[in-house]
Design a binder for this molecule. Structure first.
Ligand code: C2E
Ligand code: CA
Ligand code: CA
Length: 545
């Protein structure tokens, strides 16, 4: 019991905690995925623009190198205008002499526009002036790239990273892979990100990593030696997670509570029934009813089946179909069966001694047919009854015989003690008669569900003659269960079925009523003529014979 309680408590805690933990984990994962997907789309766009810009720079310089006219001639300026109009990422084309722009798409610059001293070379070998303030477009800084002949392009570096982003703390950057440096950025790129990019040897087209402060996503092009980078503070993931959590948590909580309630209800129901059953055994809330079994040939009562009843202290009755399965599941069935045997010993000793040939049937559950089970209780029962052999019949359900190697020796032990064996509920299990042929069995009980089909045009009514024939072949006597009509009784008798029980002959009754009935039938001369109910019950079913 303590064990069950602890288990139920553990289940309950798990039922609440697991769905919530799953919901939180899902929210966290989802938030991280969403954030990385967002940053990846930005990095891809940056990379796309950077690659396009590079391609347009190279194409423009090539076109200018190929011209025949003097660079700043009218034809030369026309070419530069055409280049600036057809290359969306180039602001203008121009000609550089001595660190100054002498002419451009805008015309000849008189005096030339000074660019400063230049700041190095690009990976493609172009000279670069970065962050130049050109008086022709004031207030903005440009990058100017030129080849050795002064064929130059003017690029607005911001344009590449001029992408609409969620907020100002999103970092965008174009990174030159080798040698690793940031060629332009919005927001600052931490040195340790560059170090990580360098360590990855630029071979990876895509990577994402988290630093203490940021989520960083990179999209690289090895061919163009350039990467697009997008990063955002990690607090965004936390924010997303919080929002998702607010959605997921109630769902997880609801699922958890529902599960927990189900677990508790189930555990309580099982535990309470088990506890109740145990208490019922102690408080002697069980008693037996006996249903007469008659000989179909002359209507005499030849025996009775002991059927268990449970009446709770509050007066309510629990049907055996409900509590027997619970007793089987909770391991109480053997105690109950032993109790039934004790009650039979107490109720039936007198009747069995007085009426040789009369028998009492006791139901054995499938779980009772085990070594050291209630079969050990047979000897004390017989001792108490002091009845002749054959006075006790054990009704064993068909499914008890499934494991033949265990069942066969047990059945043999039962019969060696002078107790006969009936297969109960025959036809409702999965075994067939021939499989049961290897057992020493005395009776076959034809289940009520088959008796019900007698006289109907149902396909299942074909089963009854079949069962009867098989039983005859195996030399078993038959007891038909649940006989309610004279028609059923007549049919069974005409087919050679020996015994029957059912409401036609009597419902399960108290032992005193059974005794009155048996004694009245056995000694008709002592009973008053007609008028007596016991006498009528005794022969009432024989009218049509
Ligand atoms: P069962 O062994 O097949 O018992 C026959 C059931 O059919 C009994 O129901 C009986 O009252 C009912 N019955 C008999 N004649 C008629 C009839 O003409 N019409 C109808 N409609 N029903 C009829 P009960 O007493 O409710 O028992 C139900 C089941 O509970 C039994 O089926 C048996 O499997 C189990 N059971 C009862 N007592 C015990 C017991 O002491 N030990 C074990 N292990 N199981 C028991
Ligand atoms: Ca039975
Ligand atoms: Ca039965």
């Amino acid at each position: 019991m303590k064990h069950t309680l602890a288990l139920a408590a553990a289940f309950m805690v798990a039922a609440i905690v697991v769905p919530i933990a799953l919901a939180l984990q899902f929210a966290g994962q989802q938030a991280r995925q969403d954030e990385q997907a967002y940053l990846a789309s930005l990095a891809e766009e940056v990379l796309r623009r950077a690659v396009l810009t590079r391609q347009q720079i190279v194409a423009a310089v090539d076109a200018m190198q190929a011209r025949a006219d003097a660079p700043c001639s009218e034809a030369g300026i026309a070419l530069m205008r055409q280049i600036s109009m057809t290359s969306p990422y180039l602001q203008a084309a121009g000609v550089v002499r001595d660190n100054a722009l002498v002419c451009s798409s805008l015309g000849v610059h008189e005096p030339p526009l000074a660019l400063g001293t230049g700041q190095g070379r690009t990976a493609t070998g172009l000279r670069a002036w970065v962050g130049v303030d050109l008086p022709i477009i004031p207030g903005q800084l440009f990058n100017v790239y030129s080849d050795a002949h002064g064929n130059a392009v003017i690029v607005h570096p911001e344009q590449i990273i001029d992408i609409v982003v969620r907020s100002t703390d999103v970092v965008l950057a174009v990174v030159v892979n080798d040698p690793g440096f940031v060629s332009r950025s919005r927001g600052s790129v931490a040195p340790d990100w560059l170090a990580r990019i360098a360590r990855s040897k630029n071979t990876m087209a895509a990577q994402a990593f988290e630093t203490d402060s940021h989520t960083v996503v990179l999209r690289s092009s090895g061919e163009h030696n350039v990467s697009g980078l997008a990063a955002a503070p990690r607090s965004y993931i936390d924010g997303r997670m919080r929002r998702l959590t607010w959605i997921m948590l109630p769902i997880g909580l609801a699922a958890g509570l529902l599960l927990a309630v189900a677990v508790v209800l189930l555990a309580r129901q099982r535990m309470s029934l088990k506890t109740e059953l145990r208490l019922a055994l102690q408080r002697k809330e069980f008693f037996l009813r006996y249903q007469p079994i008659v000989d179909l040939r002359d209507g005499s009562v030849v025996g009775a089946e002991a059927l268990l009843r449970w009446q709770r202290v509050d007066g309510t009755q629990v049907p055996p179909d409900v509590f027997i399965p619970v007793a089987e599941q909770t391991g109480l069935i053997q105690d109950i069966t032993r109790h039934v045997m004790d009650m039979v010993a107490r109720d039936m000793a007198g009747l069995l001694q007085r009426r040789p040939g009369f028998h009492v049937s006791i139901n054995f559950s499938a779980l009772d047919l085990q070594p050291k089970g209630p079969i050990e209780h047979i000897a004390p029962l017989l001792q108490a009854l002091q009845a002749p052999p054959g006075a006790v019949v054990l009704e064993i359900t068909e499914r008890s015989f499934v494991d033949a190697s265990i069942a066969r020796p047990l059945v043999q032990r039962i019969r060696e003690q002078g107790v006969r064996v009936a297969i109960d509920d025959f036809g409702t299990g999965y075994s067939n008669l021939s499989a049961l042929a290897s057992f020493e069995i005395d009776y076959l009980k034809i289940d009520k569900s088959f008796v019900d089909t007698i006289g109907l045009q149902a396909v299942t009514s074909q089963v009854v003659p079949h069962i009867i024939e098989m039983a005859k072949t195996l030399g078993l006597e038959m007891i038909a269960e649940g006989v309610e009509t004279q028609e059923q009784a007549d049919y069974l008798r005409s087919r050679g079925v020996q015994f029957a029980q059912g409401w036609l002959y009597g419902k399960p009754m108290a032992v005193e009523d059974l005794m009155a009935r048996v004694d009245a039938c056995a000694e008709p001369s002592l009973a008053p003529a007609d008028g007596d109910p016991a006498q009528r019950a005794c022969s009432g079913n024989l009218q049509s014979t």
